[in-house]
Structures are given as structure tokens and as C-alpha cells.
Design a binder for this molecule. Structure first.
Ligand code: ATP
Length: 435
């Protein structure tokens, strides 16, 4: 792997408008990122693909969009107030803070060699106050996971949708963790987005569905183009399991900084529903009307990060190729993920008729595909720009087009060019782009 790959990706993301440092003009807020025009398209496409595969293409999973702010008792019942912490050590000299688990020597500061404090628990939840009074009774948290929003809606889904087991809920949304050591670009941040499923099953079937979901989620990344050799499953050892999990497997991607988690699939047992039931003094059970029995379902949770996936797809798509002694940088993103599907590029911008035709073609195509029009440089440069952001097809309009009503369509990956009559252009693109 190219040693400078991360630097190249960070630089491309800024240069081309995928991802910017947050609050850039103020010197930036460290480890916080804004998605620019192409980044937001890529991220939305990724979320759409996930939603399509887990909600629209199934009939047993319901979508949800729960609030970020939740009753503070949720986080007591879930165990987050008690258990959601990392151990930290502080340097007595330079005052830097470290995650104890990352330290080679628990006594010595890795930066300045100073003495470290003993390790102390540090709760990762962001705390704030609801309403104008800043006192202990008004403490509220920014959710550290979207999952709890689904557990607390379990009865609402039972009462409104009357589903039979197995069934699930899915949601995408922001989560916040006051990470001690964020870093690696968008890989570990304090504000991030999750895509989570809570799948409710009969306890006896939990192991079966756990395996199914590990495979299902693994295949989803492959289907969207992640190379097989860059993806692996890593089952957790017992000592690594979160307080709520009976088993967990991470799906890891081989990032330039090493194998790291993209998504975790956990068997959360009946822990969450029982905890909330105990806290509210009311059953949160499922009634099986065939067996005529009530019980707490088990929950299988595939929990992925949107930002980490976006980063993995960017790394996976980045290619440098030699074309006629020059390096072509191209993002070979899956067609469903590519931010821009079509670019319309007039070969000459000083011919009003040609520009007018090109603009009209772009305007027509915009109704069907995400299309951009660009005439601000010579064709070589225009192609380079589109390759770098992963645009699938470039349609060029030349002088000949004015006479024969044909345009040239260039394929991003093969660079092969086809001459297509204008009245067949939409159909030509449709057969290649609609998946
Ligand atoms: P890690 O071990 O990397 O801290 P985790 O096991 O705590 O992650 P989970 O609680 O399983 O993560 O969260 C589910 C998913 O949410 C992760 O697989 C990851 O994709 C995403 N995620 C978690 N923490 C962050 C973060 N700080 N920044 C970006 N994404 C995150």
C-alpha cells in the first residue's frame, strides 16, 4: 500500500470539495469535519444504499428517526452512566491526555517523557443542560449511540405495526462521544453518524440470526465494491465484549493505518429491554399468539459508522494510473455511490451555439441523473477533475455535434469513448446507471 495514501486522500478531499476541516477560517476545530458538495453526495448515497438494503428490500425492518436528546434515565438504565468510559492517564508535565489502552508504558508520557497520573475512568458521554437552569436536575446527554432510541420505541412499533418475530428497526443518525484520542481523519471523531439495526428474535434463534447478520453485512460492503482482501471478520474475545453483549464480531477494513472496525454485529441478548423494563416498572415483552406466551426477545445489532464507511470507500476507490506518461487519479466508486453520475463538457466554450446545446443537454439530463456542466477549462483538465471525484460518464459536445446531433460519451474506468445520437443518450446512460 502507498505510504502516503492517507495524505493523498485528505488532500483530494479538501481540494475537490469532499471533506473540509470544521471551522476552518478560525484555525479549525480539531478532529471535526464538514462534508462539502461531493462529500455530502457520497455520504447520502451510502446511507441510501444501506436504507434500501435493510429497509426497502425487506419486509421485516421498520425505519425510525429518533431524537438525539433522550430522557436522562435512558442512559442510567442502558448502563452508559455507569459503564461507558475509557481509562485515561494525564501527563503531569505537558498536561496531555492519553487513553491508557494505547500506552506502551503506563507511567511515562509518550510525548515528553514526563510522569503520568494513574489511569482514571473518563465517561465518554457529552453532557449538557436542558432548559435555562444549569443544575443537576437538568443534566441531559447527547446520545452516544442511536440504538437506545430504538429500544425505547419497542412498544410503539409493537402497537402500531403488530409485527411477528423476527423483526427489526433501522435508523441513521448522529451520535456523540467525547473520545480521548480522536484521529485518523474521519475515522474517530467526537461527532459522527451511525447506521444501526436492532433485530428482535426468539432467544433460541439468536445465534442463527447473529451469524446471518454478520454475513449479510459483510456481503453488503463487497457488493458496493470493497475489495475482498481489504475486508475481514474479527470475532471478539470474551474479555473484549461490551457490558451488554454475549457475542460480537467486527467487520474490519484494512485502512492505510491498519485493520480497523467499520461495523460491529453484537448479540445484545435481552439486556436492553430488561434494563428499561426494570427502570420504568413495566414489562417490555413480546406476546407470541401461537404459543400463547410472553417473553423478552433477544436483540441482534449490526451497528456501523457512516463516516468510517465513507472513508473506507474513498480509500478503496482511490487509483493512480499511468496514461501517456501522466498520472491519472481516479476514484473508482461504485456507480450507486459516485457523487456525480454525468458531466457535460463542451469542447469549445467560445462557440455560443455549442455552449447552448451543451447546457440544454445538461439541463435535460439533470432530470434523470445527478449531472454537472463544466466549461471552465480545456478538455484534458475537465476530464481530470471529473476523474478525481469519480464521475461515471463525461459527455462531450464538439463542433461535429452541431451537425450530426451526436455526442461522445467517455466511461470513467475504461476511458472508452462511444459516439451516441442525442436522442439515444438518455437511454444509453439509463441502461448503465439505473441499478
Ligand atoms: P471503537 O472500538 O473503534 O471505539 P466501538 O466498538 O466503540 O468503536 P461501537 O460502539 O460498536 O464502536 O459503535 C458502532 C459503530 O459506530 C462503529 O463500528 C463505528 O463505525 C462507529 N463509531 C463508533 N465510534 C466512532 C467514532 N468515535 N468516530 C466515528 N465512528 C465511530
Amino acid at each position: 500500500m502507498d505510504d502516503n495514501l492517507m495524505d493523498k486522500i485528505v488532500s483530494l478531499c479538501k481540494r475537490r470539495g469532499f471533506i473540509f476541516q470544521s471551522s476552518d477560517i478560525y484555525g479549525g476545530l480539531s478532529n471535526t469535519w464538514d462534508y462539502g458538495p461531493y462529500g455530502v453526495e457520497l455520504k447520502n448515497n451510502l446511507k441510501r444504499c444501506w436504507w434500501k438494503s435493510v429497509v426497502y428490500e425487506r419486509d421485516d425492518i421498520f425505519g425510525l428517526d429518533a431524537a438525539i436528546l433522550m430522557h436522562p434515565k435512558v442512559w442510567e438504565a442502558s448502563g452508559h452512566v455507569q459503564n461507558f468510559f475509557d481509562l485515561k492517564s494525564d501527563c503531569k508535565s505537558c498536561k496531555k491526555r492519553f487513553k491508557t489502552a494505547d500506552l506502551k508504558d503506563a507511567k511515562k508520557c509518550p510525548e515528553c517523557g514526563g510522569e503520568l497520573t494513574g489511569s482514571r475512568p473518563f465517561n465518554l458521554m457529552f453532557k449538557t443542560y436542558q432548559g435555562p437552569v444549569e443544575d443537576a436536575t437538568n443534566v441531559i446527554y447527547l446520545r452516544p449511540e442511536t440504538a437506545q432510541g430504538m429500544f425505547v420505541n419497542f412498544l410503539n412499533i409493537l402497537d402500531s405495526k403488530h409485527p411477528k418475530l423476527p423483526f427489526g428497526m433501522a435508523q441513521i443518525g448522529k451520535a456523540f462521544r467525547n473520545e480521548i484520542t480522536p484521529g485518523n481523519f474521519t475515522f474517530r471523531t467526537r461527532e459522527f453518524e451511525q447506521m444501526e439495526i436492532e433485530y428482535f428474535v426468539k432467544p433460541a434463534e439468536a445465534d442463527k440470526f447473529y451469524e446471518l447478520w454478520v454475513n449479510e453485512r459483510f456481503d453488503w460492503y463487497l457488493k458496493l465494491g470493497i475489495k475482498k482482501e481489504g475486508l475481514r471478520r474479527r470475532p471478539h474475545g470474551k474479555e473484549e465484549l461490551a457490558h451488554y453483549a454475549k457475542s460480537c464480531t467486527d467487520i474490519e477494513y484494512n485502512f492505510p493505518f491498519g485493520w480497523s472496525e467499520l461495523e460491529g454485529i453484537a448479540n445484545r441478548t435481552d439486556f436492553d429491554l430488561k434494563q428499561h423494563a426494570q427502570a420504568i416498572g413495566r414489562d417490555l415483552v413480546y406476546f407470541d399468539d401461537v404459543a400463547k406466551e410472553k417473553f423478552y426477545p433477544y436483540i441482534i445489532e449490526p451497528s456501523g459508522g457512516v463516516d468510517r464507511s465513507v472513508l473506507a470507500f474513498l480509500v478503496n476507490a482511490y487509483h493512480e494510473e499511468k496514461v501517456k506518461e501522466e498520472t491519472r487519479v481516479v476514484l473508482k466508486l461504485h456507480p450507486a455511490l459516485a457523487p456525480i453520475k454525468v458531466a457535460v463538457l463542451p469542447l469549445l466554450k467560445n462557440r455560443p451555439q455549442l455552449v447552448e446545446l451543451a447546457r440544454k443537454i445538461a439541463q435535460d439530463l439533470k432530470k434523470s441523473f445527478v449531472t454537472v456542466y463544466d466549461d471552465t477549462a480545456a478538455i484534458g483538465k475537465l476530464y481530470r477533475r471529473q476523474d478525481e471525484v469519480g464521475t461515471l460518464y463525461c459527455v462531450t459536445i464538439d463542433v461535429q455535434s452541431l451537425e450530426d446531433n451526436q455526442v461522445t460519451v467517455r466511461d470513467r474506468d475504461t476511458m472508452k469513448q462511444d459516439r451516441i445520437p442525442l436522442d439515444r443518450l438518455k437511454e444509453y446512460l439509463e441502461t448503465r446507471l439505473i441499478n
